[in-house]
Design a protein around this ligand. Structure first.
Ligand SMILES: N[C@@H](CCC(=O)N[C@@H](CS)C(=O)NCC(=O)O)C(=O)O
Length: 198
């Protein structure tokens, strides 16, 4: 298998962390691409031009990150990272959606701020910031478990992305329980080995 990824993409980090937990990272060749330049290698396999994109051993392209994680989960004999059925499954997938949404809002906000050109009081960046803050408030109340699954990894990667791109904004002050949880989960090998920049 081949994973088209970027070191700065939190979605790519989530997929890499899942592969590490599932014990299959050695079966995946990492190919770094710059999705902002729409390289042919990426757009030729994924019309959405986004990372992560997984190319299976059969040459079939799989995206987006929740689908890749399902595929990897099915490809491993190890403990699953997605419960098969019932309430545990839906709680895990709901958590993944929250983490993915956190990454979406934070990365859209960053793009808006980097591109610039908007009036200072333009509502779009503020709307994304408010989404991030609401999400952090919910996670502070619901503090996730430390048992690793795809939902937990998505939240951990979302918080890691805030630290990576918005280092000057202290989300921990208002979310101490979540901060404690993040410190604990960040000690896991799968998080250490996929830290942004690694
Ligand atoms: N929903 C997608 C989001 C992936 C995504 O937004 N990737 C960004 C990098 S973090 C990207 O490739 N953007 C390039 C573009 O939008 O053209 C997933 O879960 O994989």
């Amino acid at each position: 298998m081949k994973l088209l990824y970027s070191r700065t993409s939190p979605f790519s980090r989530k997929v890499r962390a899942c592969a590490a937990v599932l014990g299959i990272k050695q079966r995946i060749a990492l190919v770094e691409v710059n999705s902002t330049q729409s390289p042919r290698e990426l757009t030729g396999t994924n019309p959405l031009g986004k990372v992560p994109t997984l190319i299976t051993a059969d040459g079939f392209a799989i995206f987006d990150s929740p689908v890749i994680c399902e595929y990897l989960n099915d490809s491993s004999e190890d403990m699953p990272i997605i419960p098969a059925s019932g309430a545990p499954r839906w709680l895990c997938l709901r958590l993944q959606a929250i983490g993915d949404g956190l990454m979406d809002a934070a990365s859209v906000r960053r793009q808006l701020l980097v591109v610039g050109g908007l009036e200072a009081d333009h509502p779009l960046p503020e709307r994304q910031r408010a989404t991030v803050m609401r999400t952090l408030d919910v996670l502070e109340r619901e503090r996730p478990s430390l048992h690793i699954d795809v939902g937990v990894l998505s939240i951990a990667c979302g918080l890691g992305y805030l630290d990576f791109r918005f280092a000057g904004e202290d989300w921990r002050a208002e979310h101490p329980r979540l901060a404690e949880w993040h410190a604990a989960i960040s000690e896991h090998d799968c998080m250490r080995s996929t830290a942004h920049g690694s």
